[in-house]
Design a binder for this molecule. Structure first.
Ligand SMILES: Cc1ncc(COP(=O)(O)O)c(C=O)c1O
Length: 460
């Protein structure tokens, strides 16, 4: 039986539903408050009146009111009528008849619909994530891990992963890596944030112009001033202002313009850091992906006491892993650990250690290198004679255009997500361009994405 209370209050009480009569009444009052039928300050019927109207014992109504009072929905004062409490969130967003949050008509978190195709940079082909190898690595590593792996553990990260990374980084990237000086963090994002916290108060951070915009935000959020470093086809130009305490570089493949740092500039940055007692942060985000020759080894190999090497699994495997690593100069280990307030999830670390040690990581990188090289070749062929910037490396290419806004508008009407260069510049754009990420689409959608790009750019 369902009854409507026929007073001024539109209260739908289902006395038959689970939990008994008292629970049914409580649910109905909660719902009326959330729906806005009862508003803060409104009087609710007296226990006597409501009990009479609903055919309930007065004690049942009193108990329901007491419960709703304890939950903060109602406010009872001696000698005064019971009212709806102030500060109860009203909304269209709470689902009627249930406790579930429906998201409402205009949730602040509602993402706009994604275009059907995407050539945005920053994301690898996550469809190729080696799921089976990962699950096998996780199972094997968890079976053999000591119980201590499930405790709070070493703030630097799991020793298995630090040892596996030290071997891999030495072999694949020429990094001089001592496992004791490696700190595992939640991607480069956390690594940079930690370094920025440590650098606060020592001077500005010089960052390439253009660079990944979110990295400037991280520096600003840590209270650092950011000084722009001009970039050309040979990477960042080592003209460093006076008050700079550290420079953040992408030496193997400048992000986003795509040059590799010229040998004399590599030496110049390291010499600057030695001379001034300052620091170079080497963001080696896609150092594994070079297509025309062996990649240049890491800058860190030139001076591990002046260069922090930073790597990530976000391009080789998947950004969702949130796994990155810093190889630190001795003097920075303690300050970075002091700034690191949270440790990095251990089970993913164990799985990655196992994947590295068993050769699965190398195999996956080799496979993806071939795939991305093929994609890059197809993209350049589809772009016809259009001038592109950058070496044969990584997961993106920059193409100059006359008007970013016009191209983006055309792309939107063609259901293609593209990214312009605009937000990468510190202040003034030197030219207009697109940062085309060729890794993101799944294999089956890649050709369609290229065709649409060609249409959008007016290439026949
Ligand atoms: C220049 C650059 N560095 C590093 C990263 C990786 O960041 P994270 O390891 O936090 O995913 C990205 C990701 O897009 C990037 O563009």
């Amino acid at each position: 039986m369902s009854e409507d209370w026929a007073g001024s209050l539109d209260l739908h009480v289902d006395l038959q539903s689970g939990g008994g009569r008292r629970a049914g009444l409580e649910r109905a009052v909660r719902e009326a408050i959330r729906d806005g039928r009862l508003r803060p300050g409104d009087r609710v019927p007296s226990t006597r009146a409501l009990a009479r109207d609903l055919g309930l014992a007065r004690g049942t109504v009193a108990e329901a009111y007491a419960q709703l009072g304890a939950e903060g929905y109602l406010q009872a004062r001696p000698g005064a009528p019971t009212r709806v409490a102030g500060g109860v969130a009203l909304g269209d967003g709470m689902a009627r008849g249930g406790e579930a949050w429906s998201g409402g008509a205009q949730s602040a978190f509602a993402a706009p619909p994604e275009p059907r195709l995407s050539l945005r940079p920053g994301v690898p082909d996550v469809g190729a994530f080696p799921r089976s190898a990962w699950v096998a690595a996780l199972r094997r590593s968890l079976q053999s891990a000591p119980d201590a792996a499930l405790g709070p553990g070493d703030p630097r990260g799991r020793p298995e992963l630090r040892a596996a990374l030290a071997a891999y980084l030495g072999r694949a990237r020429g990094v001089l890596a001592d496992p004791e000086r490696i700190v595992i963090c939640a991607g480069f994002t956390e690594g940079l944030a930690l370094l920025c916290r440590v650098l606060r108060g020592t001077g500005a951070l010089a960052m390439e112009d253009p660079c990944f915009a979110a990295h400037r935000d991280i520096a600003h959020a840590a209270g650092l001033r950011v000084a722009p470093l001009a970039v050309d086809a040979h990477g960042a130009i080592p003209e460093i202002p006076q008050d700079v305490a550290a420079v953040n570089l992408t030496p193997s493949h400048q992000f986003p313009l795509g040059g590799t740092l010229a040998p004399e500039r590599r030496s110049a940055f390291v010499a600057w850091a030695r001379e001034h007692g300052t620091l170079v942060i080497e963001d080696d985000y896609d150092g594994e992906f070079r297509y025309d020759r062996q990649p240049a080894g890491a800058l860190q190999g030139l001076d591990p006491e002046r260069v922090v090497y930073a790597g990530t699994a976000s391009k080789t495997l998947a950004p969702a892993l949130r796994l990155g690593w810093l190889v630190l100069p001795d003097r920075l280990l303690e300050p970075v650990l002091a700034a690191k307030l949270n440790s990095t999830p251990a089970l993913e670390q164990l799985a990655l250690a196992e994947l590295l040690a068993g050769g699965g990581y190398d195999r996956h990188v080799r496979r993806m290198r071939q795939r991305y090289r093929r994609r890059r070749d197809s993209l350049l062929a589809r772009l016809g004679g259009r001038r592109t910037l950058g070496i044969a490396a990584g997961l993106h290419v920059v193409v100059e255009v006359d008007s970013e806004a016009e191209v983006l508008a055309r792309a939107a009407t063609n259901d293609l997500a593209l990214e312009s260069l605009q937000r990468y510049w510190h202040r003034d754009a030197r030219f207009q361009g697109l940062v085309i990420g060729y890794a993101a689409p799944p294999e089956h959608a890649f050709a369609a994405a290229l065709d649409t790009l060609a249409d959008v750019l007016g290439i026949t």
